[in-house]
Design a protein around this ligand. Structure first.
Ligand SMILES: *Cc1c(COP(=O)(O)O)cnc(C)c1O
Length: 450
């Protein structure tokens, strides 16, 4: 084990390639890993990281890469962010675990208070903390079923809610998430997503029809009074950064309210300043009954939460929710450091600024390269969708080629989408604007080289 190089904002904020990507040390580690790590766990870009901070990842060969991924929307406050790192160090030196269900500690309560303060709506709220996004989603469904006495759950095409058994059932895409892993949990019903680019009669029809289509399907095929919860990502993540038309999420929430259905916003990817608001629901003034959070909540430590109306959350009997590690004190300390950073540095404003820089440049790129069928997103959650020019036929090969060219040039980008044809950009919200511009330049070169 070598000494830890210093990360965080101390790390020089520049791209610097000293070997090919991945370099010889990373390639050797990749070989070693194949003998020890299950191949089901794969990596988009097999460079082994030794330090990270700001908008940069440093690898084992000494290369500095620009980060447009944030470890999948997690390190929004930057890697090894000072307030996170110092609170984690103090907490780890003090105590690392007691189990909140055995003997509690203040950090857990403080995180729940912050969640009540920051999430949409001024009503009385309660939270419960967990380890992963999937676990938060599972628990949101448990709460909704318990509180309503109903069983059916409605989820959307292109949805991603996790990889546990219940959340696999909620997740739409088969390969790689579900293939061979069934049988899946019952009582999940899927309805079309308001996906403007791919709505049968186009974006205008999507705006006009999507909500009615969903409501009619729920009525005809499930029955409103059987539905415990409707769960939706206000902007879909893994499914392709799909932004529904204005009014869709709000209309859905109103429909749920009028039928006693729990409206769950899965803000695990969109939450914590990513889209330019603390939570994406705020953009349309939507107040969810329950909201699930994870990813950006704790600057990289594993933490997740369900936050919601006190009446719903407290419907569950004492002991009905929990887990050994849920709300671990070190993860809570990290969350408090991350939330403090977001507030102090106005990272929601930073996210909006990132969107203002990226969207015009990407739209210009789309004019130049007809393989780009759509540019979409909000704040620092931005994507381009690639198709065969002039058609809606997904071009996963071109997407993979552009991603590979970016990786070679030292820019970490991620692909997503049900059809594997979306490139998504999730830079840390603290990234410098020069690095952001440089990354966009690399992307432009990658499209030119297609
Ligand atoms: C990542 C994600 C999850 C699952 O979170 P894990 O921490 O990977 O279990 C659930 N919902 C959404 C919207 C996500 O982006």
């Amino acid at each position: 084990m070598t000494a830890f190089p210093v990360g965080g904002p101390e790390l020089p904020q520049r791209r610097n390639l000293v070997t090919e990507i991945p370099g010889p040390t990373s390639r050797a580690l990749t070989q070693r890993r194949a003998g020890a790590v299950a191949r089901g766990v794969s990596s988009s870009l097999p460079v082994f990281v030794t330090a990270a901070g700001g908008g940069v990842l440093l690898d084992a060969d000494g290369n500095s890469l620009i980060d447009f991924g944030s470890g999948i929307a997690v390190t929004s406050v930057g890697n090894a962010a000072p307030r996170v790192a110092s609170r984690v160090a103090s907490q780890a030196a003090s105590f690392t675990h007691t189990c909140f269900m055995v003997t509690p500690y203040e950090g857990y309560v403080e995180v729940c208070e912050e969640l009540a303060r920051r999430t949409p709506g001024s009503h009385e709220k309660r939270s419960a903390l967990f380890n992963s996004g999937a676990e938060a989603v599972e628990n949101a469904i448990k709460v909704a079923r318990h509180a309503t006495g109903r069983t059916a759950v409605v989820a959307f095409d292109h949805a991603y809610h996790g990889r546990t058994n219940l959340t696999m059932a909620l997740t739409a895409k088969n390969m790689p998430y579900k293939q061979g892993f069934g049988p899946f949990a019952p009582e999940i019903y899927r309805v079309p997503m308001a996906y403007p680019l791919r709505w049968p009669d186009g974006p205008d029809a999507c705006r006009a029809e999507a909500l009615e289509v969903v409501k009619d399907l729920i009525h005809a095929q499930v029955g409103e009074s059987n539905v415990a919860a409707v769960i939706i990502e206000p902007i879909q993540g893994e499914g392709g950064f799909i932004v529904p038309p204005p009014g869709f999420v709000a209309g859905l929430a109103a429909f749920c309210a009028s039928h006693g259905i729990v409206f769950i916003a899965d803000e695990i990817q969109t939450g914590f300043c990513r889209t330019g608001d603390w939570f994406a629901c705020e953009h349309e003034g939507v107040v969810p009954d329950l909201i699930t959070t994870a990813k950006g909540i704790a600057g990289g430590l594993p933490l997740a939460a369900v936050t919601g109306r006190a009446g719903l959350m407290d419907a569950v009997h004492p002991g009905g929710l929990g887990g050994t590690y849920g709300g671990n004190p070190v993860a809570c300390a990290a969350a408090l450091g991350a939330i403090e950073t977001m507030a102090a540095e106005d990272l929601a404003g930073r996210a909006r600024r990132i969107g203002d820089i990226m969207l015009p440049r990407l739209r210009k790129l789309a004019e130049q390269f007809p393989v780009i069928a759509d540019v979409r997103g909000r704040g620092a959650m931005i994507a381009v969708e690639l198709t065969r020019p002039g058609t809606l036929e997904p071009d996963a090969a071109a997407t993979a080629a552009v991603a590979a060219a970016c990786h070679k040039a030292g820019l970490v980008v991620l692909a997503c989408g049900t059809f594997g044809n979306v490139l998504r950009f999730l830079p840390p919200l603290v990234i410098g604007e020069d690095l952001l511009e440089e990354g966009l330049g690399i992307l432009e070169d990658a499209f030119s080289a297609l």
